[in-house]
Design a protein around this ligand. Structure first.
Ligand code: AHR
Length: 501
């Protein structure tokens, strides 16, 4: 058995957790909207056509914000197609995913769904085929109270009160050659600055997200951020980051260390943003919206150019193993570790499309393995992130060299006590961890919850929706200011310590 140790001390703070770190993403892609959140023919559908079982599972994730409506989709989307009487809305060819977009769900329907889900919207505007005018009109439609053409259209469409959408994405992955309306960093930076300026003139209270690199392997990574920010720094609040991970071949050890890449990526973007800040003599400091992250087996996707055109086809419906759940939980640990700069995170996506929630047409909805670390971190990872001083055995990985087998972060909250989130990346050996909590003597009741399975490829599916679920381990009890816990091989763990009630 391995041995490791952690020291947790409230004196060493990283920063307050912005609840929006636990966001998600709904794109008009595959069966995320149609057949996911919205299925009017489902036996349980509500009056708006939404699935209550899906809403219930979404509420279980405690999702504070959902990015919408794309993604690649947004770069050729006319938001006006999705408002007004449904029977008059056009069916359009969605060129991003080679699908027929019926427009039965648009801005107003999504706001009704978001209200039921108890979540805010992070709205993306089209800076691919469109620009300043469509973007400012959408802000006016959503957020202006009344007395103008667009705000009165919203009222006529049934929403007397403005939606008050706070966070707005200035396009999506505009550095990617696959993006419709792809731009150079200078072209994009200028457009983002001018669109953002006009949007903020409509509503001064909005927060703006400028598009960063689609991933850290892009040839323009680093210079894209520097150039686009040089043009737009004064106007924007956050810079976006996207990253997806998968296991390559048999190399599970590198996959399990994917959070190493996320750490390095975040630190590189923070450094670049701070460089632009210094060069431009700016006062404000930008923060990060990591608004697409997840495990995604992109190697299984044939590529959008090879898709036959269809309406709401099943696309990117990855089935996640317990290994994927451990990695996804570890990616959340990485986001928390950078809570001083990462303000928004969106696990991509929410339903059916690389998602924690799956549905069968006309049938049940269930939780994938990755649902569980997300739900528990979102529920208990609120408060202040603390640095943890960790001593861990290491091993060699092909992708990242030497990495620790234990990765952990701690979050302290006045009401909820302490939550330590930890992964054991070793596939075969348990790990005994000594957690030093001497500085938190008032916390005396321990709980240890584990996501693991004897089979690293175990999945949840329609027939076995609860094969992989969080399970309670032996409750640890602090003794002399120390907690002893054992992390199973290949496991994601939550260790909580609360005051006696
Ligand atoms: O989430 C799936 C796709 O991944 C999004 O549409 C795009 O932004 C990213 O490349």
């Amino acid at each position: 058995m391995h041995s490791a140790s952690l020291i947790v001390d409230p004196a060493f703070r990283v920063g307050a957790v912005d609840p929006r770190l636990y966001g998600s993403f709904v794109e008009h892609l595959g069966r995320c909207v149609y057949g996911g959140i919205f299925e009017p023919d489902h036996p349980s559908a509500d009056g708006d056509g939404f699935r209550p079982d899906v809403l219930e599972l979404v509420r279980g994730l405690h999702v504070p914000i959902v990015r919408y409506p794309g993604g690649n989709f947004v770069s050729a989307y006319n938001w006006e197609d999705g408002i007004g009487p449904v029977s008059e809305r056009p069916a359009r060819l969605d060129l991003a995913w080679r699908s027929v977009e019926s427009n039965r769900v648009g801005v107003d329907e999504f706001q009704r769904w978001a209200r039921q889900a108890g979540t805010e919207t992070m709205m993306a505007v089209n800076l691919g085929t469109r620009g300043i005018d469509a973007a400012r009109a959408l802000v006016e439609y959503c957020n202006h109270p009344s007395g103008t053409a667009w705000s009165d259209r919203r009222r006529a469409n049934g929403a007397a009160d403005p939606y008050g959408i706070k966070v707005w994405c200035l396009g999506n992955e505009m550095d990617g050659p696959w993006q419709i309306g792809h731009k150079t960093a200078t072209e994009y930076g200028r457009l983002a600055a001018e669109a953002g300026k006009a949007m903020r003139l409509v509503d001064p209270d909005i927060e703006l997200v400028v598009s960063g690199s689609s991933n850290s392997r892009m040839p323009t990574f680093g210079s894209w951020e520097a150039v686009a920010l040089a043009e737009s720094y004064d106007v924007v609040d956050h810079i976006s980051m996207h990253s997806y991970y998968q296991q390559h071949g048999e190399d599970r050890d590198s996959f399990l260390a994917a959070a190493t890449d996320m750490d390095q990526f975040i630190e590189a973007v923070v450094a670049t943003a701070d460089h632009v800040r210094a060069v431009g003599r700016h006062r404000k400091r930008l923060t990060i919206a990591f608004d697409e992250w997840n495990v995604w087996y992109q190697s299984r996707f044939p590529g959008e150019e090879n898709l036959p055109v269809a309406e709401a086809p099943p696309l990117l419906e990855d089935v996640y193993s317990v290994t994927d759940a451990v990695v996804a939980g570890n990616l959340l640990i990485s986001l928390l570790r950078h809570a001083d700069r990462v303000r928004i995170g969106c696990q991509a996506q929410l339903v059916n499309v690389i998602a924690p929630i799956m549905t069968a047409a006309g049938g049940p909805a269930w939780r994938q393995t990755i649902y569980h670390p997300y739900a528990l971190t979102s529920r208990y990872g609120r408060g202040t992130v603390l640095q943890v001083a960790a001593q861990s055995p290491v091993h060699e990985t092909a992708a990242y060299g030497e990495v620790p087998l234990l990765d952990a972060v701690a979050v302290l909250d006045d009401d909820e006590g302490l939550a330590v989130f930890a992964v054991n990346r070793d596939l075969h050996e348990e790990m005994a961890v000594d957690v030093d909590v001497r500085s938190l003597p008032h916390l005396t009741t321990g709980e240890h919850v584990v996501v693991t399975d004897d089979d690293p490829d175990a999945v949840n599916d329609r027939e076995h929706p609860d094969r992989v679920v969080p399970r309670r381990h032996a409750d640890p009890k602090p003794d002399g200011g120390r907690l002893q816990v054992v992390l199973p091989p290949l496991s994601w763990n939550m260790i909580r310590l609360t005051a006696e009630r």
